[in-house]
Design a protein around this ligand. Structure first.
Ligand code: NAD
Ligand code: UD1
Length: 339
């Protein structure tokens, strides 16, 4: 069976993808520097699947150490999750974001070239559509004007992959544009473990529900949407992980360069998230309405047809599943992986 290297595989999406790849029979090698994760996540992946993962602690920017990993393992494909992802922090520390996100990408591409590995899947983001494309976002739209350095790193990395594939006809690339991943594995033993005060909606909602935060502020209720709050295309992280397995199946049998949205195609508003969370979990989430957050778009969702056509993948879980599984993880692990 093929061996897949997960760069940044100990993180939120990487750990869920590791489970689905192992369940599908792939061998998994994880490389991570734990800058935003813990090796405990991989121990739990092994617990869920009953299979082992080869784990390396290293900074992917460090080419020499990465070479060793490729020397020791016959890698068939890479999934590149490794990156810094906090939008607000990227505005404060743009150089750190450009250095980490772009250098990890260059380091992986150089190492792959050296070892004749020709398949890479990249964690891109809906943020590359920028602020001027109309919804729903379709892969044929041009990359837009991003609203922050994090988004620009994704946009630039997409360009790097496209240029590398143009120059090397053997290189296959799939750029997966994620929408808003939430939820957790149904076992409740792996999930999202943000450091400090969460920036994203669902971790904040869960932490208010568990009593770690006082109150959720809903950023704006005067948007031109059905209830005045922003809408997003929330996708269950297990569906997202299964999309990666389909992308791996595809890239191992096709020489390709593809951009593919991974979303559900259905937007929900912030108040719908809060009310669904409260209803399915039978718990109140204290919230107030506050001013808009700079950089937020009113509406953002995918046209999800290409993933269905090319990969035979569509999201299967609904908003209730997402809210139930987020809470199941949070209430069983109030301090994340630091028990
Ligand atoms: P995460 O922070 O949980 O996972 C990223 C992992 O990469 C972490 O384990 C971190 O320790 C590791 N890492 C970072 N820099 C590294 C380096 N130089 N060397 C080795 N390891 C390094 O984030 P996630 O939510 O799992 O996201 C995975 C990828 O998907 C990221 O690239 C992110 O930008 C992208 N993405 C995430 C979302 C989202 O909402 N979670 C949305 C769109 C795109
Ligand atoms: C954010 C990033 C995006 C990134 C994605 C995944 C911004 C502007 N965009 O998307 O680039 O790819 O995370 O990491 O940060 N909300 C509240 N109260 C909160 C938190 C959020 O009302 O405490 C609202 C937001 O205004 C938004 C929605 O919830 O309307 C979702 O927010 P969030 O989870 O941060 O995701 P995005 O902003 O869509």
């Amino acid at each position: 069976m093929s061996t897949i290297l997960l760069a940044g595989g100990a993180g939120y999406i990487g750990s869920h993808t590791a489970v689905e790849l192992l369940n599908a029979g792939y061998e998994v090698v994880v490389v991570d520097n734990y800058s935003n994760s813990s090796p405990e996540a991989i121990r739990r992946v092994e617990k869920i699947t009953g299979k082992t993962v080869k784990l390396y602690e290293l900074d992917i920017k460090d080419n020499a150490k990465l070479f060793e990993v490729f020397k020791e393992n016959r890698i068939d494909a890479v999934i590149h999750f490794a990156g810094l992802k906090a939008v607000g922090e990227s505005v404060q520390k743009p150089i750190m974001y450009y250095r980490n996100n772009i250098d990890t990408t260059l380091s992986l591409l150089e190492t792959m070239s050296e070892y004749g590995v020709n398949n890479i899947i990249f964690s891109s983001s809906a943020s590359v559509y920028g602020e001027n494309n109309p919804v729903p976002y379709t892969e044929t739209m041009k990359r837009g004007v991003c609203t922050n350095p994090y988004g620009w790193t994704k946009s630039m990395m997409e360009q790097i992959f496209e240029d590398a594939a143009k120059a090397d006809e053997n290189l296959s690339v799939i750029l997966l544009r994620y929408f808003n991943p939430i939820g957790a594995h149904e076992s409740g033993i792996i999930g999202e473990d943000p450091q400090g005060i969460p920036n994203n909606l669902m971790p904040y909602v869960s932490q208010v529900a568990v009593g770690k935060r006082e109150c959720l502020t809903i950023f704006g209720n005067d948007y031109p949407t059905h209830d005045g709050t922003c809408t997003r295309d929330y996708i269950h992280v297990v569906d997202l992980a299964k999309g990666h397995v389909k992308a791996i199946d595809y890239i191992l049998s096709h020489n390709c360069v593809e951009i593919i949205n991974l979303g559900t195609g259905t937007p929900y508003s912030v108040t719908e998230i809060v009310s669904t969370f409260e209803r399915v979990n039978g718990i109140k989430v204290k919230h107030v309405y506050g001013p808009r957050r700079a950089g937020d778009l009113a509406e953002l969702y995918a046209n999800a047809d290409k993933a269905a056509e090319i990969l035979g993948w569509r999201a299967e879980k609904n908003l209730e599943d997402m809210c139930r599984d987020s809470w199941n993880w949070q209430k069983n692990n109030p301090n994340g992986y630091n028990q």
